[in-house]
Ligand binder design. Sequence first.
Ligand SMILES: *Cc1c(COP(=O)(O)O)cnc(C)c1O
Length: 335
Amino acid sequence: MTAPALADILAARNAISGTVRRTPLLRADGLSARTDVETHLKLETVLPIGAFKLRGALNAAANMPGGTHTLTCCSTGNHGRAVAWAARRLGLKAVIFMSSLVPETKLAAIRALGAEIRIVGRSQDDAQEACRLLAGDGVLEIPPFDDRNVIAGQGTIGLEILEDLPETRTVLVPLSGGGLAAGVALAARSISPGIRVIGISMDRGAAMAASLEAGTPVAVTEVESLADSLGGGIGTDNRLTFAMCRDLLDDVVLVTEEEIYTAMRTLYLEEALVVEGAAAVGVAACLAGRIRDMRGPLVTIITGRNVDRDQFTRIITAQPVALGDRLVEGAIHDA
Ligand SMILES: *Cc1c(COP(=O)(O)O)cnc(C)c1O
């Protein structure tokens, strides 16, 4: 599989523009004042399903082989929701695989989108294997990130940012499997060669960050994080996103759980935004002063809003949140 080019991102925009409307770029005055850098937020939270992953899923579906009647994936999170939503929108069937360990609330969110759920085994690997077996012959498996159509779809965010704010000098991108970062960096650097694109992850259990550090895809131990949508591996057989992130990202910055907590809280109190942990990592890095030589205008992508309601309530009321065996509270610079 070859890596996508700018032309693929432009084609993706055409393919999805009838379904995904352009998302707003919000100038965040409160954050700008705190960091002294003009900061804008790219609000993917306003999309149906509340996350950007619709873009990649819809573009993959737009390129599906003739005769495809079913979309499938193995994901309990935003990617699973996106595939379910895309299938319903396009009049296709969706089969979403998950393991028996998945909590009922996540399962219900995907079932509500009309997808068939198949529970296989007690690990993500078993469920993934079953998904792979179903794929083929009218059934298209849409991978969460390591796929050229998915990367091109996520890259449409980069096009929109540079059309709305051509003078953007820095883009902060939440980084997990790297489909989003690869697509956005490809678009942004093709259009505006001097721009800086920086990936942001949590400081424990971030597979792409560890892989870039090691110079090759590596597996990491999963750790509970407020940024749960950034968990998971990049695949030791990674084909596209590892090389693209290595070649196209200027830097990768890691943030602590306390910093993510503070960013979620600040985004709610100052911008009235409900943002999940994964989507708050860019703001976390800015507020904690972790971006070296920070230049504005700066855009940080607010990737999603699917946060556990109880956890969110605790954060906005300044109560500690339990993550595994530790308690997380706001950082020292919390307002
Ligand atoms: C999937 C996801 C990401 C990371 O995207 P990758 O392409 O896996 O790097 C970031 N934020 C949210 C909310 C997500 O759902």
